[in-house]
Design a protein. Structure first.
Length: 205
């Protein structure tokens, strides 16, 4: 019976460690909006990401959580009870252009190479040719299904670069172009019909 209790306790501890509920690393030191941890300074970044388990803590109790899309811990999340922020190693130069290697649409990462190629070609030809008036481009309506598109370039594990809103308006496919906007007159690019099939595979409802 004693052996069974010991095994059960060991399994419980292993579960708590594996899921970041218990961590021994409290070496993080907050520095302004960033944190010094793992022999590196992490500074604020932006992008779409999935927050994972706690891998360390700061010496004043903030959690340092992993980013599920990045097993190198180049990106991390610093979290308190009420706040969280995406951080990146200061010595990592985020690629802002080049080959698209990571895509996030509607908060979901899409690894499909055909989808990546389609988005690459769409961006190459994206020029403003349609204006749309809305009280909220982010709203799901009967005639409007647009969602945020982010990209990561040249092997960046996190989709850091805002591309625009992509989806359908009155049954036709569009991508917003220019500076981010959520309401009023939105400038768009009418996506050619040849991309409809591949984009439709991932269209949210």
């Amino acid at each position: 019976m004693l052996i069974g209790i010991v095994v059960a306790m060991a399994m419980l501890l292993a579960f708590l460690f594996a899921n970041g509920i218990i961590v021994f690393d409290h070496s993080g030191v907050r520095r302004g909006e960033g944190v010094y941890w793992n022999n590196a300074l992490y500074v604020p970044a932006s992008g779409e990401y999935s927050e994972g388990k706690t891998i360390a803590k700061t010496n004043d109790g903030w959690q340092i959580n992993e980013v599920e899309e990045d097993d190198t811990h180049t990106f991390i999340v610093m979290r308190s009870f009420l706040d969280q922020s995406l951080l990146v190693r200061e010595d990592y130069q985020i690629p802002r252009s080049g080959e698209i290697t990571t895509l996030s649409w509607n908060g979901e990462y899409i690894a499909d190479e055909e989808f990546k190629q389609a988005v690459t070609e769409i961006l190459a030809g994206a020029e403003a040719n349609f204006e749309y008036v809305t009280d909220g481009i982010f709203q799901l309506k009967d005639n409007q299904h647009m969602r945020l598109l982010y990209a990561g370039y040249e092997g960046c594990p996190v989709a850091t670069e805002y591309i625009g809103y992509m989806g359908t308006i009155d049954g036709h496919w569009y991508l917003t172009v220019g500076q981010p906007a959520s309401e009023g007159t939105i400038t768009c690019y009418a996506i050619p019909e040849i991309y409809t099939d591949i984009l439709s595979r991932y269209l949210f409802e």
